[in-house]
Design a protein around this ligand. Structure first.
Ligand code: CP
Length: 304
């Protein structure tokens, strides 16, 4: 694998290679000295054309922990705002001898486009509604940490499936590792054809949550509220909110996940998000280790 553009089509052994490598880096993060020289001499640019808190900081930290040289780019304040094309921007960056590009963009397919048109290694940090591979990898790492095995787990993913790159990457990755994936959400926020993903569709929240080992709530994408996909946030919560009462009644032992940022008391109650049942902050910690592993496996040979 030269690039990490998505988890669709990535074989089981490559996913496990990242998860196994991440385990060593996760141990490193608990040590007093958290830095290794693995990517010394490697230059990385983080291109974020869309807002991010977790992914951007996590990649930056992972790169620093691996001793890479890094440059952070955001589209505001760059020459993109003067009309420069994405490809020109990237060619200019490439002329500065960049080895690896981490890219987040609202356009699905932008990382693949860059991979085709540059010499750098490309790592997708989220492209439109397409894929967010490192988020799914850190989710799978967190599931493995709790359950030991991914194979045979039942994972319910609840919410805005249609626009969720997190749901899509998790479905590809989890299915490859042998988990059962159940999608549940408002009919307006379900994609038309999911036959290629091989997931089950639950008719209601209760059927999705009962019997699930993992319940993953997705963010209600407030920026799309004006597009007519949701009647109201209140109605969303009434039908699909992960509340304390519902978990107590249907599945008090499920592990609760959320990729962040959380809309508290809409898709997920604060009482659940802050409870022992939630692993949201573990997901964030594990994200650094998983991104270190992906960077190391893709770029580890460059500085040698
Ligand atoms: N989970 C995630 O992608 O969060 P950010 O948008 O804050 O990076």
């Amino acid at each position: 694998m030269k690039h990490l553009l998505g988890l669709q089509g990535v074989p089981e052994e490559e996913i496990y290679a990242i998860l196994d490598t991440a385990k060593s880096f996760r141990e490193l993060l608990d040590r007093p000295v958290k830095k290794v020289p693995s990517l010394r001499g490697t230059t990385i640019v983080n291109l974020f054309f869309e807002n991010s808190t977790r992914t951007r900081i996590s990649f930056e930290l992972a790169e620093k922990r691996l001793s890479a040289d890094l440059i952070n780019f955001t589209s505001s304040g760059s020459s993109i705002s003067k009309g420069e094309t994405l490809l020109d921007t990237v060619h200019n960056i490439e002329s500065m001898k960049i080895d690896l590009v981490v890219v987040r963009h609202s356009g699905a397919g932008v990382p693949a486009f860059l991979a085709k048109n540059t010499h750098a290694i490309v790592l997708n940090a989220g492209d439109g509604a397409h894929e967010h591979p490192t988020q799914a990898l850190l989710d799978m790492f967190t599931m493995r940490q709790r359950f030991g095995e991914i194979k045979g787990l039942r994972v319910a993913i609840v919410g805005d499936i249609r626009f969720s790159r997190v749901a899509r990457s998790n479905a590809w990755g989890l299915k490859t590792l042998g988990a059962d994936v159940v999608f549940c959400g408002p009919p307006t926020l379900m994609p038309g054809d999911m036959s290629d993903l091989g997931v089950e569709i639950a008719p209601n929240l209760e059927q999705a949550v009962r019997g699930a080992d993992v319940v993953m709530a997705l963010r209600v994408q407030r920026e799309r509220q004006n597009d007519g996909y949701l009647a109201s946030e209140r109605e969303y919560r009434a039908c699909y909110g992960i509340t304390r009462e519902r978990l107590d009644a249907w599945n008090p032992s499920a592990m609760v996940m959320h990729p962040g940022p959380v809309n508290r008391n809409i898709e997920l109650d604060s009482e659940v998000a802050d409870s022992e049942q939630s692993v949201i902050l573990d997901q964030v910690t594990n994200g650094v280790a998983v991104r270190m592993a992906a960077l190391y496996l893709l770029a580890g040979g460059i500085g040698k």
